[in-house]
Structures are given as structure tokens and as C-alpha cells.
Ligand binder design. Sequence first.
Ligand code: UT7
Length: 325
Amino acid sequence: MSFVRFLGTGSAAPEKVLANADLEKIVDTSDEWIQTRTGIRERRIADPGTATSDIAYDACVRALESASVDPVDLDAIIVGTVTPDYLFPSTACILQSRLGARHIMAFDVLAGCSGFMYALQAGKGIIDGGNAKKVLVIGAETLSTIMDFQDRSTCILFGDGAGAAVLSESDTPGIMSITMGANGSQWELLYMPGGGSRIPASEESIRNRSHFLKMAGQEVFKEAVKAIESSSLEAIRLADLTPDDIDLFIPHQANYRILEAVRKRIGLPVEKVFSNLDRYGNTSSASVPIALDEAVRSGRVKKDDKILISVFGAGFTWGAAVVNW
Ligand code: UT7
């Protein structure tokens, strides 16, 4: 019997830090409001000209190093992102060339903040189907490029960064369960109006600030709590485990109050939840793989630990997985 395991992880973020105090000078907000309502203290912001593939490349190199895998041994590259370098070609193709991988399949998935989980599911499926042995999955964002720094309800939340993982065919269990979902009926609660075929770029679209992320925060908050709770419990059930068996929970890093609400509903103690939200803010597709990499590198994850990861994002989309490390 064949399984799919994580062989290694890596992450990267721009050096530039945007602290809450810096945002106080840009919009009508306060460090106190941001910390109390979200748990965020600072986030990383890319310099102008830095694209998603630039940050992702560093994360990929680190993941490949930690997995001891040469880029020429990869069979597929999948990037989850809502901020690709270009609408096309895919950021995955740019990385395929830059990493020096063979002419393997390379594509992006667009699933809001759930991009990494969707990429993980796709990578696992390709390995399970016998079409690949090693797949590089990435969640990477340069959200600062679509932030409206006149909108205090969104610009305080998001940051830039990338996380990557090498998946491999294995004789021993790794990914024990994955569950995914989507519900497009409320897509307008979190989206970017401009730049696609509905509202192509024009002087008017720029005047209307259509090329920035729009979010109805409170509604998204409620949906996130419900979806992360139910998909997490489903992933635990599919893995034939109970919440008590989970050693570490790494949820999408969107808001500390969401993490707390979900933790209580699932019934996990505080010490079993990993969060780096205070230092990165919400990095969308990059949030779970950055947190996973930091958890692994800091020794919070040990061999055979049962890790629960879960995501929620625009679409709406969601997903959760239990991994035997
Ligand atoms: O990753 C994808 C999923 N995204 C998320 O999960 C985000 C989910 N949503 C959230 O995290 C929260 O809804 C927010 C952090 C966005 C907002 O927190 P909230 O507790 O839901 O605040 P609110 O939107 O209900 O706003 C409360 C008040 C309002 O003022 P009034 O109407 O009560 O006078 C806002 O205008 O806070 C005001 N406000 C701010 N005040 C200071 C909104 N943003 C700010 C701000 N600084 N940055």
C-alpha cells in the first residue's frame, strides 16, 4: 500500500516589517484596536517590484533543502495563490523554470486563502494516481499589491509571504485524511472586482478602486468559524481519530478570535494550537504552510505527531487535513 508524506517544508517572507504603529500613520486605526480585534502586531510587506514567485522561490529552495530533494527529481509543481505574478502564465511555470526543474506539469490553483490546501489535495491526488512520486506544493502571496491603504477594515489584516512543502510517495502513512468544500453563493463577501473579464482594467476601474480586495469582515468571520470547525472535525473523523489524538492544530491564521472560537468548539487546549498571526497577519494561501514550517523548524512537531491543518477563504472555500508527521 502506498501513502503520501511530507518530506520537507520551507517558508520565506519579505524583510520589511509594517507594524501596527506604522498603520496608525496611514489610516484611522490604533495598535490597541488591531491587537484586540485580530491578534496581529505586525506583518511583512514586499518592496515594490517584488512578485509572488520571488518570495515563493526562497520558500521552495528551503523546502527542497529540508527534504533533500533536487529540483530535477520533482514531478509536479502546484502553487496556491490569489496574487500570481501575472494572470498568465502561472506562477508555477515561472518557478519551474527558475528552480531548474524538468519539463514537468506546473499549474496554479485559485481557491482564496484555501489555496495551499487545494494544492495539497491536487498534489496528493496526482501521487495517488501514479502520475508523480514527488510534488512541490506552495502557498504564496503578495497581498500588499491588492491592499487598499485607504480601507482600514482590510489593510490592517493582510501580509506577504510564502510556504512550500515537498510531498512524496511513501510506504508509511503521512496524509491521513483531507476534506475540502466550496460554496459560491456568497462570493461577493470577499473578492477583488477588477482585473478579470467582468471588470477589465480601465481608467474607471482604477478610479473606483476596483483592483483592491473587498471584504465584509463580520460575515466572513462567522462563515470562517463554522467551516473551519466542521471541516476540522470531519478530517479528524476521516482519519479515525478523536480531537484528543491531535498533537498540534495549525489553522488558517486570519484572526486570533477565529482561532479561539474554533479551538473551543473542537475542544482543544490552548497549548495545542500553533499561531504566528501576531508576526505575519493573514497571508492567505501562505498562512498554513508558513505556520507549518515554523512549527516544524521550532521543534513543535515530532515524528508521528498527528497534525491538524485547516483553511477557509474566498469563494467561499475551505478544507482540513490530518497528517501523521
Ligand atoms: O482569510 C480570509 C478570511 N478572512 C477573515 O477571516 C477575516 C474575518 N473578519 C475579521 O477578522 C473581522 O471581522 C475584522 C477584523 C475584519 C473586523 O473586526 P470586527 O470585530 O468584525 O469589527 P467590525 O467590522 O464589526 O467593526 C467594528 C467597528 C466599526 O466601527 P463602528 O461602526 O462600530 O463605529 C468599524 O468601523 O470597528 C471599526 N473599525 C476599525 N476601527 C479601528 C474597522 N476597522 C477598524 C480599524 N481600526 N482598522
